[in-house]
Design a protein around this ligand. Structure first.
Ligand SMILES: [Zn+2]
Length: 187
């Protein structure tokens, strides 16, 4: 219960921060296949404030991530995108709920496929690239957000939390040891 309260309170604070900030227009590529065929490059930054699906996982929404999206043709003429995303995200430590900085290092190769296309077994098993189904238009912010979510640890935590009572499991006081020690002491 306490945990839920803290996160809700942080969530509210984050909404206020975002409202008071001028959102920049988020990037869209009108034809992702043409972008790749023409070997175009798009790079820039996204304010963390604008990447809404990350908000519940973060302790604060200041800062930004840097991205670079490069289109090119593969050997079979396939349309490829090389996406890199970097930045530092203040994740919520699962143990003490304080901030634990995470170095983002996304470096992915994506093959564009028409939405609804059937992929062969060979293609599905190819782990050198991921497949990205698109109609035509590509929402770059959404893609960057997707790739960030996939790169995050499932349960972020400090190696050693700073709070009292949140020591590593190995250092935890054994209640039975304390009891037997008490028993041995005269009143
Ligand atoms: Zn912690």
């Amino acid at each position: 219960m306490k945990q839920n309260f803290v996160l809700t309170w942080k969530g509210k604070n984050n909404i206020i921060q975002c409202l008071s900030r001028n959102s920049t227009r988020l990037k869209r590529i009108s034809d992702a296949f043409a972008f790749a065929r023409d070997g175009r490059v798009l790079e820039g930054t996204f304010a963390i404030c604008d990447l809404k699906r990350l908000h519940d996982l973060l302790t604060e929404l200041d800062g930004e991530v840097q991205y670079r999206l490069e289109g090119f043709n593969g050997e079979r003429g396939e349309c490829l995108l090389h996406l890199t995303v970097g930045g530092v995200l203040p994740l919520v430590c699962k143990r003490c709920l304080e901030s634990v900085p995470f170095d983002l290092d996304v470096d992915n190769l994506l093959e564009l496929v028409p939405e609804g296309a059937d992929l062969s077994q060979d293609e599905l098993e190819d782990d050198t690239r991921d497949f990205l189904p698109v109609v035509r238009e590509l929402d770059v912010a959404e893609l960057v957000e997707d790739e960030i979510l996939l790169a995050l640890p499932v349960a972020p935590r400090h190696e050693k939390c700073g709070l009292p009572g949140s020591a590593e499991a190995g250092e935890r006081i054994n209640p039975f040891a304390v009891l037997s020690e008490l028993k041995g002491k005269p009143n």
